[in-house]
Ligand binder design. Structure first.
Ligand code: F6P
Length: 375
């Protein structure tokens, strides 16, 4: 029987659901019943720390002793229950002009006899996957990012677990906020996309939600807060995305500089806003940054299930030799789109249909009507 070797890696920020995807890549590739019909015997090897695992060969300075290792069904049996990534991850960009090591990646793909790759990542990791594909590497992508900002898919692994974290933490804040009649500003991740803030805010019933796609006016935030108090509210929860900004300002950055993929390191709008609000309203206002808590912890049921479906589908594409694609979830179905489409532009909140620009919150009209007729 023909033998083939698949390399699997996770790149970019970690999140819940990655281990489930890896487990189901392994189980599907090694499935002995399917092997007979495929007439191919697959081996799956895990590549450590994203693209870095294919840049730094074993034993070299900075390289880990074991960059590549065969994954067995027994090894991955329980992985879907755990957060993070058992393979490790990095933001190493082989095409970064400072590194320029894509040649090394290609050499190592040869050296480790990898017939094809499955890259689990967001726009950066899949951007590298696409470039490698153009250089002749047989690669399939699996979408993951708590930011849900990849195009070509309605879901990216890790998002739902992160929304659950936001909801649970806000539930905790409510009791103390109410006892002290405080305003709480909760900063979420999400980079330039407002999905986490919007859907986390909707799930937790936040009073105000501020997203990057719609720069906010501070006087409107103030007015909404005053209105809430006039109506008898004892406390308010404001969810603000790390990329949100007051109109006329730029995003708040945590530290100067950019990462290997050219991204600014965002963070700090929550604290900034909380000070501003407290001065304007004279109400005690506190801020909390949920930060990496949103990426941690055990995956929720949805991420375990989606990780499974995405893992199985990635092997399907590999078996069918349908490379250069990313598995995706669209209109309720698992399918696949070209990697090019997935990374072509960011998937952002559509303000017109998904955001209430007066209430700074989720929409209050879902089924559009014209003159009372559903359209
Ligand atoms: O892209 C995922 C993400 O969690 C963003 O929401 C956030 O801005 C960034 O990664 C944080 O990255 P790091 O793990 O490098 O702090």
């Amino acid at each position: 029987m023909e033998k083939r070797r698949i390399g699997v890696l996770t790149g970019g920020g970690d999140c819940a659901g990655l281990n489930s995807a890896i487990k189901w890549v392994v189980k599907t590739a090694l499935d002995d019943r399917l092997q007979k019909t495929r007439r191919i015997e697959y081996e799956v090897v895990g590549i450590r720390d994203g693209w870095k695992g294919l840049v730094l060969p074993e034993g070299e300075k900075g390289g880990s002793a074991l960059r590549i290792g065969t994954l067995t069904e027994e090894m991955v049996r329980t992985w879907d229950r755990y957060g993070g990534t058992m393979l490790g991850t990095s933001r190493t960009n082989p095409y970064d002009p400072k590194n320029l090591c894509s040649e090394t990646v290609l050499e190592n793909i040869e050296r480790f006899h990898l017939d094809s790759l499955i890259a689990i990542g967001g726009e950066d990791t899949l951007g590298v996957a696409h470039k490698l594909y153009l250089e002749g590497v047989k690669v399939v992508g699996i979408p993951k990012t708590i930011d849900k900002d990849l195009s070509g898919t309605d879901y990216t692994l890790g998002f739902e677990t992160a929304v659950n974290v936001i909801t649970e933490e806000i539930d905790r804040l409510r009791t103390t906020a109410g006892s002290h009649q405080r305003i709480f500003v909760v900063e979420t991740m999400g980079r330039h996309a407002g999905w986490l803030a919007l859907e986390g805010g909707e799930s937790s019933g936040a009073y105000i939600i501020l997203i990057p796609e719609y720069p906010f006016e501070i006087h409107q935030v103030n007015e909404l807060l005053m209105e809430g108090r006039r109506k008898g509210a004892r406390y308010e929860i404001i969810v603000v995305a790390e990329g949100a900004k007051p109109s006329g300002y730029t995003e708040v950055v945590k530290e100067e500089g950019i990462d290997g993929f050219g991204h600014k390191i965002l963070g700090g709008i929550g604290e900034f806003l909380s000070k501003w609000i407290s001065q304007l309203t004279n109400i005690e206002t506190r801020s909390i940054t949920l930060s990496h808590l949103q990426r941690g912890g055990v995956p929720c049921a949805y991420d375990r299930r989606m990780g499974r479906y995405f893992g199985v589908a990635a092997v399907d594409l590999t078996v069918q030799e349908d490379f250069g694609k990313m598995v995706s979830y669209r209109n309720g179905r698992i399918t696949a789109v070209p990697l090019r489409e997935a990374i072509s532009k960011l998937n952002l909140v559509e303000v017109q249909t998904q955001y209430d620009t007066e209430r700074y919150n989720g929409r209050r009209t879902i089924i559009p009507t014209i003159h009372g007729l559903v359209i």
